[in-house]
Design a protein around this ligand. Sequence first.
Ligand code: PLP
Length: 416
Amino acid sequence: MSITKIDKETFRQACRAAADDMEEFGGLSREIAEKNLVRVLDCFRRERIGSHHFGAGSGYGYNDEGRDRLESLYALVFATEAALVRQQIISGTHAISLALFGNLLPGDELLSLGMPYDTLLKVIGKDDPPHPGSLRELGIDWRVLEFDFTAPDPELVAAAIGPRTKILAIQRSRGYSLRPALSVAQIGKICQIVKDKHPQVIVFVDNCYGEFVEEKEPSQCGADLLAGSLIKNIGAGIAPGGGYIAGRADLVERAAYRLTVPGVGREMGASLISNRLYYQALFLAPSIVAEAVQGVIFAASLLERLGFGVTPAANEQRSDIVQAILLGQAEDLIAFCQGIQRYSPVDSFAVPEAWPMPGYSNEIIMAAGCFVQGSSIELSADGPIRPPYTVFLQGGLSRYHTKYAVIRAIEDIFVS
Ligand SMILES: *Cc1c(COP(=O)(O)O)cnc(C)c1O
């Protein structure tokens, strides 16, 4: 799609209407934030979190009380038996890998609901020969269930389970694709029907970008195991790095054996920096997620008013913080990302370019003027350089910032 320049007055009106939409359609996310904040606060109180948990550890990290208590707190928030929350987990992909490598054995099958996120393809070993160190190299099979995310049919999922299927992997967020996110209720329905027919199957959910967007998490609706990144939703822009896994105790334990070593698991691994930031992040995450959601609602409304395809629509219910905008042309995708960068608090002077980022199959352009490197709970815009040249906009610690940056980025490209 190519649009002719928009005149200033039309643009101003569209911005005003989009701000009204943010107020109106953002109401639900504010209500959810309030409920989640109260739920998280209650968990802090029940776990009796105190300032004595904020210290850092050293060496082997035996009896690292701040770390252990943070993990109990996560388990309480996710309503799971156990959690692994570590500074040593380098990314969301790492957390997901630990969950998979820890719980799959040669001869087992991993069944993915739809194509998984780009960075997981080498972990799985999609190509032949499989990537060194991948699941498939170890003799773990992988199958993708082509799935209609717009009309999820849990019966089809249950029917696709094979005799060797050990893990069913579900990605909650859209990731870098145009499929919709799965709601927690939809995931719950899949869990219920799959468990009913195949109780031995482990339902794993890639929860990246999903935390606190809804009132419940997939673990509260039947999922056995979740994994996510601490530089996305649950890190609230405050956690300086890390990842988490939450779920059934035996499954979390096996993932911990992959992170450290069999027999040691969660017992070791010092908190090398103070855990205060991780506690503070969890406390603020529900509120920050609502900021992010409201910011992208503004963007959805504005871009839709200007004639672009957007998904989800401004008034649609959300289960992740990602907003896809179909810009239609490589040059507009690049210009938009460069615009978001220009109006970021950090590295505003940098000009992002498309590059072959490790783990991704196409060149990617990324705008990320973030305090935490690569953080995508902070305002970030990125997209693979491939048709339909979609920009994925996510995060935003302040909806006022997202609104301003989007207005300026669009104005610089399209307004005469
Ligand atoms: C971000 C993300 C991941 C993991 O990405 P990292 O950059 O490794 O943290 C995995 N799945 C989805 C859906 C994601 O959004």
